[in-house]
Design a protein around this ligand. Sequence first.
Ligand code: UD1
Ligand code: CA
Length: 452
Amino acid sequence: MSLSVVVLAAGKGTRMRSSLPKVLHPVAHKPMVQHVIDAGTALNASGVTIVYGHGGDTLKQALAENNANWALQAEQLGTGHAVKVAEQFMPDNDTILILYGDVPLIQSATLERLLAVKPEKGIALLTVKLDDPSGYGRIIRENGSVVGIIEQKDANPEQLSINEVNTGIMAVNGDLLKSWLNNLSNDNAQGEYYLTDIIAMANEQGYAVTTAHPDSAMEVEGANNRVQLAALEREYQKRETEKLMLAGASMRDPSRVDVRGDVTVGQDVELDINVVFEGKVTLGNNVVIGPNCLLIDCVIGDNTVVHANSIIESAEVLTNAQIGPFARLRPGAVVGNKAKVGNFVEMKKSTLGEGSKVNHFSYLGDTTVGQGVNIGAGVITANYDGVNKFKTTIEDNAFIGTNSTLVAPVTISANGFVAAGSTITKDVEKNALSIARGKQRNIDNWPRPVKG
Ligand code: UD1
Ligand code: CA
């Protein structure tokens, strides 16, 4: 049976105290609702519909890549009303999976379990037992089977003592759901159209209601304010760092490693404290990342060490390389096998060949460096004239003396040698020495300046 997902996201989120719609607040750099959509699409849903009430333009822009259907719930008249506004996107013969946009930790494995217990015709409900069930709808069972859900505000003391609660997540046949939604009333303590009333309707009409459960209660926890949001972030990070540890990464302190994207690690990886990953990051075997490093969309090869306080973004580092401390690899930097990029070195759109070294205080921009090159301290490639960018080429085994400026476009040919302090504006031939600096004059017995 094909699956359509409906994500409820119309709540205002007043307690966030934010101009951003609540469901766009991020967990691990990704909007909460995007986590929910991803969990739904992982199940091969044929359609995802987002029920929204506020900030429609902002939402549509932020979630444009999802190709979702949009259903406006102009007034928040309850969860049943919210689902009803998505009616046109709920095919009769589909299973409709209802998710909450502010419950981001839901796992697709849990949703698969829910779908697996769904009766051919009827409702599968995700429930959880809580030590403190207050605030939630309580699951009413008779002889073990679910016969209804009673909301906190409508419950009597005996019902309030029930600790099995409704997570809000359920799977229902499209045709049955639509017929039940038509019969909802708002004759209850909150004057709302409760989605949860369809459980009793199903039961009365003889349709089965089955239940499945999440792995942990945190999985179905929502965020109404920033304190709860931070708790979800921590839980998410705990989950992600555990995955990395189980995959072969040791961490000095997992609570000080943050994963804000997709990270894959090889075996025997070591991560020191305050390492932050963003986007897609791949670490090979035996990679060591020192403290206070930010790695964004990058690939780090086997046996490479990234020393403390380095930043790597949209760059590639091959094997057995050394980066940092205090190095910055910007987009398009490629560092070859056994190459070294030392402290206060910045590379952008530049390739450093195998075994080459740029160890201290340098800038390489739009530069191709061959193998076995030594770039002395303070060497700068001047790649920009204020309007256009130009390329520098440094061929194999060249040596660039300390504090030289290479004014692009320029080529230092293989085995070329640039003397310290040179400003190079013309190509240097193979095996040549180039000196381009003012000649030193020594003046004997020079009178030192005196105070006037
Ligand atoms: C709902 C359930 C309750 C369950 C709890 C789990 C109902 C009547 N009650 O309660 O049984 O234990 O969730 O958290 O369903 N929303 C809309 N439009 C609306 C109302 C809500 O889009 O008109 C969205 C909210 O943005 C939110 C979700 O639906 O994502 C749940 O709404 P909320 O007000 O938190 O539901 P509760 O009353 O707490
Ligand atoms: Ca709620």
